[in-house]
Design a protein around this ligand. Structure first.
Ligand code: NAD
Ligand code: LMR
Length: 323
């Protein structure tokens, strides 16, 4: 273990928006892929979260510097870095929430599915370790293609006998973050007054509703702007931190915590579908219905469903959804 300890001084003002209670129970959060483009800012944001008492940063390389760096800021969470498979078990031990941004990002011209072969193997081995070392943790899957990596995680947990559908989430929060920003920008409304549920999945036309084509193409916009140097990192670090905060609040018993996320559900024929989910002490408390859709959204729903039908076929054939 590459140890670094945070100072026990007062929580920084910047973290206040994440807080809901000063008497929060001890919570350990582990980030797998913590030295990467997402992992580093996400580690920073989780260190700012007053609901986190221990922050475990794991990667195959580079966590020593990240852990030392992040540990110097003032919020009280204890930070520890872990590197390599030998230290994975210790990194995961007693984790309440595990966030997974480990894996390769896409380059211009690639789809998220092009990442499947390499990221499937990474997610498979990390989830095998989660099943062994912290089988009761909430798992927040960021690695792409999220529509598939969530299915892989479910498969690994089922094989290990630890699968709990209430505790596995595909992080689609970035789609909501984008939808809010774009909608507020278009209408001139303050972003704090905007709430746009985004359902479906996290790839192209599976991102619904279609009020804004830009929300669906937001990832590609960033990939092209970065011109081969990766995909979104800062905005997804923010989105991942928002979603992990909601998970922690739910675990701690805060009322009315609702987020859109990709979970196992029966609200469509698909095994996994992103929709509004109420979070509680055991993870998913309730998967909420889609509610009424506009004609335009229904059209989008049809197109998205067609792609998802293909996905279901693949799921039936191979046990994972490659869409
Ligand atoms: P990156 O290459 O900058 O970082 C990935 C990190 O994962 C690296 O530090 C690498 O060492 C680490 N890693 C690789 N194999 C590992 C293993 N077996 N165990 C632990 N760590 C391992 O990539 P990034 O920009 O941080 O993106 C990571 C993933 O997140 C990509 O798949 C990307 O497509 C995805 N992503 C998802 C969303 C979303 O909204 N869900 C948004 C942006 C990016
Ligand atoms: C995003 O939506 O930004 C991520 O899924 C990364 C990508 O490849 O688009």
């Amino acid at each position: 273990m590459l140890r670094s300890v945070g100072s026990p001084s007062a929580v920084a003002g910047a973290s206040r928006s994440f807080a809901f209670s000063s008497a929060a129970p001890e919570r350990k959060v582990a980030i797998l892929g913590a030295a990467g483009g997402i992992g580093q800012p996400l580690a920073l944001l989780m260190k700012l979260n007053p609901l986190v008492s221990r922050l475990s940063l794991y990667d195959i390389a580079g966590t020593s510097g990240v852990a030392a760096d992040v540990s110097h800021i003032n919020p009280p969470a204890q930070v520890a870095g872990f590197v390599g498979e030998d230290q994975l078990g210790e990194a995961l031990k007693d984790a309440d929430v595990v966030i997974i941004p480990a894996g390769v990002p896409r380059k211009p011209g690639m789809t998220r599915d092009d990442l499947f072969n390499i990221n499937a193997g990474i997610v498979n081995s990390l989830c095998t370790a989660i099943a062994k070392h912290c089988p009761h943790a909430l798992v927040n899957m960021i690695s792409n293609p999220v529509n598939s990596t969530v299915s892989i995680a479910a498969k690994v947990f089922k094989k290990a006998g630890t699968y709990d559908e209430k505790k596995l989430f595909g992080v689609t929060t970035l789609d909501l973050v984008r939808a809010k920003t774009f909608y507020a920008g278009k209408t001139g409304l303050p972003v704090s007054d905007v709430n746009v549920p985004v359902v479906g999945g996290h790839a192209g036309i599976t991102i619904l509703p279609l009020f804004s084509q830009r929300t669906q193409d937001g990832g590609t916009e960033v990939v092209e702007a970065k011109a081969g140097k990766g995909s979104a990192t800062l905005s997804i670090a923010y989105a991942g931190a928002v979603f992990a905060d909601a998970c922690l609040k739910g675990l701690n018993g805060a009322p009315d915590i609702v987020e859109c996320t990709l979970v196992q559900s029966s609200i469509t024929e698909l095994p996994f579908f992103a929709s509004k989910v109420k979070l509680g002490r055991n993870g998913v408390e309730e998967v909420l219905e889609l509610g009424s859709l506009s004609e335009y959204e229904k059209q989008g729903n049809l197109r998205g469903s067609m792609q998802f039908c293909i996905c279901v076929q693949i799921h039936r054939l191979y046990g994972v959804c490659q869409s």
